[in-house]
Design a protein around this ligand. Structure first.
Ligand code: PRP
Length: 218
């Protein structure tokens, strides 16, 4: 049997995904070893193969068919714009994509001023400001610790992920506008969806049922 390959987002999302998969009888004990530097794991019995990748690379593996399925946040799916099917919302990894900054910057958003926006998500920021708000802005791509930008005067605002809000609070910033809710999604390669339809559909059905069960038990 051909392996069904699943790309997981390295880090917390991978742990939460494996906990969910265990509920539907899919185990991968090898992946739990914190000392291991291994990136790829197989479950011979079920014909499954898992690998860990950086979030932004997950949709790339799925688009090219190197993975049949990917588990990744919809922030990354939106930003990368890869040709994959987004088929299921797993409901965990919940957070929000927001425009943030010092409260004083709120005025500048209301009055359509030409401002600078720092972000790790230039495509999401472009789409929001240009297409939804019709506001011309300058977008500056950064790679992390985005909250620094308005503090040191690189930009007026940022577009970033807010989970608990503590990073903003501890740095004297606030949510100024909300762009969209985020959570972990299942993305599938379009060819795999046709060629491996029976296996993928069964897997998605089982995951859907486990999600409903845990929602009911909440
Ligand atoms: C993310 C995000 C915020 C922070 C939000 O950063 O970019 O900085 O988490 O979480 P909070 O609302 O719970 O404080 P991450 O830790 O992924 O690192 P990064 O700054 O390198 O992007």
């Amino acid at each position: 049997m051909r392996y069904l390959t699943i790309a997981l987002t390295k880090g917390r999302l991978a742990g939460q995904t494996m906990a969910l998969l265990e509920k539907v009888g899919i185990f991968c004990e090898e992946m739990k070893d914190p000392a291991s530097r291994k990136l790829i794991f197989t479950n011979e019995e079920l014909g499954l193969r898992f690998f860990l990748a950086k979030g932004p690379d997950v949709p790339t593996y799925v688009e090219y068919g190197a993975a049949d399925i990917g588990i990744v946040g919809n922030d990354i799916l939106m930003e990368e714009g890869r040709k994959v099917y987004e088929v299921l919302d797993l409901g965990f990894g919940r957070c929000r994509m927001c425009v943030c900054g010092p409260l004083a910057a709120k005025e500048k958003l209301l009055h359509q001023e030409q401002i600078r926006v720092a972000t790790k998500y230039p495509n999401i920021a472009k789409d929001y400001f240009y297409n939804e708000k019709n506001q011309t802005v300058e977008i500056i791509k950064l790679n992390g610790s985005i909250e620094l930008a308005p503090i040191v005067g690189l930009s007026e605002v940022i577009v970033d992920i807010v989970e608990t809000g503590s990073t903003l609070k501890e740095n004297g910033l606030a949510v100024l506008e909300e762009i969209c809710p985020l959570s972990a999604r299942v993305a599938v390669n379009p060819v795999s969806m046709r060629m491996e339809n029976a296996r993928i559909s069964l897997l998605l059905e089982k995951i859907g049922a486990a999600l409903q069960e845990s929602a009911a038990g909440r």
